[in-house]
Design a protein around this ligand. Sequence first.
Ligand SMILES: C[S@@+](CC[C@H](N)C(=O)[O-])C[C@H]1O[C@@H](n2cnc3c(N)ncnc32)[C@H](O)[C@@H]1O
Length: 219
Amino acid sequence: MTPPRFDRLAPYYAAIEAVTFGGLLQTCRTAMVADATAARRVLVLGEGDGRFLADFLAFNPIARVDVVDASPAMVALARRRVAGRPGAADRVRWHVADARQFAPPDPPYDLVVTNFFLDCFPAGELGPLVAVLAASLSPGGRWIVGDFRLPDGRARRLAARAALAVMYAFFKVATRLPAGRLVDPRPALRAAGLVLVREDCRLGGFLVASLWERTPAAR
Ligand SMILES: C[S@@+](CC[C@H](N)C(=O)[O-])C[C@H]1O[C@@H](n2cnc3c(N)ncnc32)[C@H](O)[C@@H]1O
Protein backbone atom coordinates (compact mmCIF):
# COMPACT_ATOMS: atom_id res chain seq x y z
CA MET A 1 0.00 0.00 0.00
CA THR A 2 1.81 3.14 -1.18
CA PRO A 3 0.31 6.62 -0.77
CA PRO A 4 -0.15 8.90 -3.78
CA ARG A 5 2.81 11.13 -4.62
CA PHE A 6 1.86 14.76 -4.43
CA ASP A 7 5.49 15.93 -4.18
CA ARG A 8 5.99 16.84 -7.84
CA LEU A 9 2.64 18.61 -7.92
CA ALA A 10 3.10 20.51 -4.66
CA PRO A 11 4.86 23.65 -6.02
CA TYR A 12 2.14 24.12 -8.68
CA TYR A 13 -0.86 23.01 -6.64
CA ALA A 14 -2.11 26.48 -5.65
CA ALA A 15 -1.58 27.83 -9.18
CA ILE A 16 -3.48 24.93 -10.80
CA GLU A 17 -6.29 25.50 -8.33
CA ALA A 18 -6.39 29.25 -8.99
CA VAL A 19 -6.75 28.63 -12.74
CA THR A 20 -9.43 25.94 -12.36
CA PHE A 21 -11.54 27.06 -9.38
CA GLY A 22 -10.38 30.58 -8.51
CA GLY A 23 -10.87 31.11 -4.78
CA LEU A 24 -13.79 28.70 -4.40
CA LEU A 25 -11.88 25.80 -2.86
CA GLN A 26 -10.39 28.06 -0.18
CA THR A 27 -13.88 29.43 0.52
CA CYS A 28 -14.99 25.83 1.00
CA ARG A 29 -12.03 24.88 3.21
CA THR A 30 -12.59 27.76 5.58
CA ALA A 31 -16.41 27.94 5.50
CA MET A 32 -16.74 26.21 8.91
CA VAL A 33 -13.83 27.72 10.88
CA ALA A 34 -16.16 30.06 12.76
CA ASP A 35 -17.84 26.91 14.16
CA ALA A 36 -14.51 25.65 15.49
CA THR A 37 -13.25 28.54 17.60
CA ALA A 38 -13.53 26.46 20.79
CA ALA A 39 -11.56 23.48 19.42
CA ARG A 40 -8.38 22.85 21.41
CA ARG A 41 -7.16 19.49 20.10
CA VAL A 42 -7.30 19.26 16.32
CA LEU A 43 -6.33 16.57 13.80
CA VAL A 44 -5.90 17.63 10.15
CA LEU A 45 -5.49 14.97 7.47
CA GLY A 46 -4.08 15.65 3.98
CA GLU A 47 -3.58 19.34 4.68
CA GLY A 48 -1.63 19.94 1.47
CA ASP A 49 0.24 23.24 1.18
CA GLY A 50 -1.11 24.80 4.39
CA ARG A 51 -3.67 27.31 3.20
CA PHE A 52 -6.46 25.99 5.41
CA LEU A 53 -4.17 25.58 8.40
CA ALA A 54 -2.67 29.10 8.25
CA ASP A 55 -6.13 30.66 8.17
CA PHE A 56 -7.48 28.32 10.85
CA LEU A 57 -4.63 29.04 13.29
CA ALA A 58 -5.13 32.79 12.84
CA PHE A 59 -8.84 32.35 13.57
CA ASN A 60 -8.43 29.98 16.51
CA PRO A 61 -5.67 31.15 18.91
CA ILE A 62 -5.97 28.20 21.33
CA ALA A 63 -5.91 25.11 19.11
CA ARG A 64 -3.01 22.66 19.06
CA VAL A 65 -2.92 20.71 15.82
CA ASP A 66 -1.60 17.34 14.61
CA VAL A 67 -1.16 17.45 10.82
CA VAL A 68 -0.83 14.24 8.81
CA ASP A 69 0.16 14.29 5.15
CA ALA A 70 2.02 11.70 3.07
CA SER A 71 3.84 14.29 0.95
CA PRO A 72 7.07 15.76 2.38
CA ALA A 73 6.92 18.58 -0.19
CA MET A 74 3.36 19.53 0.81
CA VAL A 75 4.35 19.47 4.49
CA ALA A 76 7.38 21.68 3.77
CA LEU A 77 5.16 24.24 2.02
CA ALA A 78 2.62 24.13 4.83
CA ARG A 79 5.33 24.56 7.49
CA ARG A 80 6.66 27.62 5.68
CA ARG A 81 3.19 29.11 5.37
CA VAL A 82 2.39 28.52 9.05
CA ALA A 83 5.77 29.94 10.11
CA GLY A 84 4.61 33.24 8.60
CA ARG A 85 1.81 33.49 11.19
CA PRO A 86 3.10 34.82 14.55
CA GLY A 87 2.86 32.23 17.33
CA ALA A 88 1.33 29.59 15.07
CA ALA A 89 4.27 27.24 14.38
CA ASP A 90 4.62 26.15 18.03
CA ARG A 91 1.03 24.91 18.03
CA VAL A 92 1.51 22.39 15.20
CA ARG A 93 3.02 18.88 15.13
CA TRP A 94 3.80 17.56 11.66
CA HIS A 95 3.53 13.88 10.68
CA VAL A 96 4.66 12.74 7.24
CA ALA A 97 2.71 9.49 7.02
CA ASP A 98 0.12 7.48 5.14
CA ALA A 99 -3.15 8.18 6.92
CA ARG A 100 -4.31 4.59 6.26
CA GLN A 101 -1.51 3.24 8.43
CA PHE A 102 -1.30 6.01 11.01
CA ALA A 103 -2.76 5.89 14.50
CA PRO A 104 -3.93 9.38 15.53
CA PRO A 105 -1.24 10.23 18.13
CA ASP A 106 -3.12 12.14 20.79
CA PRO A 107 -6.83 11.33 20.97
CA PRO A 108 -9.42 12.35 21.81
CA TYR A 109 -9.59 15.31 19.42
CA ASP A 110 -12.38 17.83 19.46
CA LEU A 111 -11.99 18.61 15.77
CA VAL A 112 -10.97 16.55 12.73
CA VAL A 113 -10.46 18.30 9.38
CA THR A 114 -10.38 16.64 5.95
CA ASN A 115 -10.44 19.08 3.05
CA PHE A 116 -10.39 17.53 -0.42
CA PHE A 117 -8.82 14.46 1.16
CA LEU A 118 -11.55 11.82 1.52
CA ASP A 119 -11.93 11.96 -2.27
CA CYS A 120 -8.43 10.41 -2.55
CA PHE A 121 -9.67 6.99 -1.41
CA PRO A 122 -11.58 4.15 -3.08
CA ALA A 123 -14.70 2.87 -1.31
CA GLY A 124 -12.91 -0.08 0.29
CA GLU A 125 -10.39 2.20 2.01
CA LEU A 126 -12.70 5.08 2.89
CA GLY A 127 -14.93 3.26 5.41
CA PRO A 128 -12.10 1.90 7.60
CA LEU A 129 -10.26 5.25 7.52
CA VAL A 130 -13.38 7.20 8.50
CA ALA A 131 -14.06 4.73 11.33
CA VAL A 132 -10.56 5.18 12.79
CA LEU A 133 -10.76 8.97 12.57
CA ALA A 134 -14.26 9.08 14.05
CA ALA A 135 -13.09 6.93 16.96
CA SER A 136 -10.37 9.50 17.67
CA LEU A 137 -13.02 12.23 18.17
CA SER A 138 -14.37 13.03 21.62
CA PRO A 139 -18.16 12.67 22.09
CA GLY A 140 -19.61 15.90 20.69
CA GLY A 141 -16.40 16.45 18.71
CA ARG A 142 -16.72 17.92 15.24
CA TRP A 143 -15.43 17.07 11.78
CA ILE A 144 -15.02 19.57 8.93
CA VAL A 145 -15.26 17.97 5.48
CA GLY A 146 -14.57 19.92 2.29
CA ASP A 147 -15.16 17.89 -0.84
CA PHE A 148 -16.63 17.49 -4.30
CA ARG A 149 -20.10 16.03 -4.70
CA LEU A 150 -22.31 14.97 -7.58
CA PRO A 151 -25.02 17.66 -7.56
CA ASP A 152 -28.75 17.19 -8.03
CA GLY A 153 -30.19 17.82 -11.50
CA ARG A 154 -29.35 16.03 -14.72
CA ALA A 155 -27.34 18.76 -16.45
CA ARG A 156 -25.31 19.64 -13.35
CA ARG A 157 -24.65 15.98 -12.65
CA LEU A 158 -23.43 15.37 -16.18
CA ALA A 159 -21.13 18.40 -16.02
CA ALA A 160 -19.81 17.28 -12.63
CA ARG A 161 -19.19 13.74 -13.88
CA ALA A 162 -17.22 15.11 -16.84
CA ALA A 163 -15.13 17.42 -14.63
CA LEU A 164 -14.45 14.61 -12.14
CA ALA A 165 -13.42 12.21 -14.91
CA VAL A 166 -10.81 14.74 -16.09
CA MET A 167 -9.63 15.45 -12.53
CA TYR A 168 -9.28 11.79 -11.55
CA ALA A 169 -7.44 10.99 -14.80
CA PHE A 170 -5.07 13.89 -14.13
CA PHE A 171 -4.39 12.91 -10.51
CA LYS A 172 -3.98 9.24 -11.46
CA VAL A 173 -1.17 10.17 -13.83
CA ALA A 174 0.35 12.99 -11.76
CA THR A 175 0.21 11.35 -8.30
CA ARG A 176 -0.85 7.68 -8.76
CA LEU A 177 -3.97 8.39 -6.75
CA PRO A 178 -5.56 5.08 -5.64
CA ALA A 179 -9.13 6.33 -6.20
CA GLY A 180 -10.54 6.25 -9.72
CA ARG A 181 -13.84 7.94 -8.96
CA LEU A 182 -15.55 10.04 -6.32
CA VAL A 183 -17.04 8.11 -3.39
CA ASP A 184 -19.70 9.87 -1.33
CA PRO A 185 -18.30 9.90 2.25
CA ARG A 186 -21.65 10.56 3.95
CA PRO A 187 -22.68 6.91 4.47
CA ALA A 188 -19.29 6.17 6.07
CA LEU A 189 -19.56 9.24 8.32
CA ARG A 190 -23.07 8.28 9.43
CA ALA A 191 -22.03 4.65 10.00
CA ALA A 192 -19.22 5.93 12.24
CA GLY A 193 -21.73 7.75 14.46
CA LEU A 194 -21.54 11.26 13.02
CA VAL A 195 -24.51 13.52 12.31
CA LEU A 196 -24.56 16.42 9.87
CA VAL A 197 -24.72 19.83 11.58
CA ARG A 198 -24.74 22.04 8.51
CA GLU A 199 -23.36 22.37 5.01
CA ASP A 200 -22.50 25.11 2.56
CA CYS A 201 -22.62 24.36 -1.20
CA ARG A 202 -20.90 26.18 -4.05
CA LEU A 203 -20.82 25.80 -7.85
CA GLY A 204 -24.37 24.45 -7.97
CA GLY A 205 -23.61 21.80 -5.35
CA PHE A 206 -20.35 20.53 -6.89
CA LEU A 207 -18.30 21.90 -3.96
CA VAL A 208 -19.50 21.24 -0.43
CA ALA A 209 -18.21 22.30 2.98
CA SER A 210 -19.87 20.32 5.73
CA LEU A 211 -19.72 20.19 9.50
CA TRP A 212 -20.38 16.88 11.29
CA GLU A 213 -20.64 16.05 14.96
CA ARG A 214 -19.94 12.81 16.79
CA THR A 215 -23.00 11.79 18.73
CA PRO A 216 -22.35 11.20 22.43
CA ALA A 217 -23.66 7.62 22.05
CA ALA A 218 -21.19 6.67 19.28
CA ARG A 219 -18.36 4.31 20.28
C1 LIG B 1 -6.05 16.61 -3.16
S1 LIG B 1 -4.84 17.11 -2.01
C2 LIG B 1 -5.78 18.18 -0.94
C3 LIG B 1 -4.91 19.14 -0.20
C4 LIG B 1 -5.65 20.17 0.65
N1 LIG B 1 -6.26 19.58 1.82
C5 LIG B 1 -6.67 20.94 -0.12
O1 LIG B 1 -7.69 21.29 0.46
O2 LIG B 1 -6.44 21.24 -1.30
C6 LIG B 1 -4.67 15.69 -1.03
C7 LIG B 1 -3.61 15.81 0.05
O3 LIG B 1 -3.69 14.64 0.85
C8 LIG B 1 -2.44 14.00 0.90
N2 LIG B 1 -2.72 12.56 0.88
C9 LIG B 1 -3.31 11.84 -0.10
N3 LIG B 1 -3.41 10.56 0.24
C10 LIG B 1 -2.87 10.46 1.48
C11 LIG B 1 -2.69 9.40 2.40
N4 LIG B 1 -3.06 8.14 2.09
N5 LIG B 1 -2.13 9.66 3.60
C12 LIG B 1 -1.74 10.92 3.91
N6 LIG B 1 -1.87 11.96 3.09
C13 LIG B 1 -2.43 11.74 1.90
C14 LIG B 1 -1.65 14.48 -0.30
O4 LIG B 1 -0.25 14.42 -0.08
C15 LIG B 1 -2.18 15.89 -0.46
O5 LIG B 1 -1.44 16.82 0.28
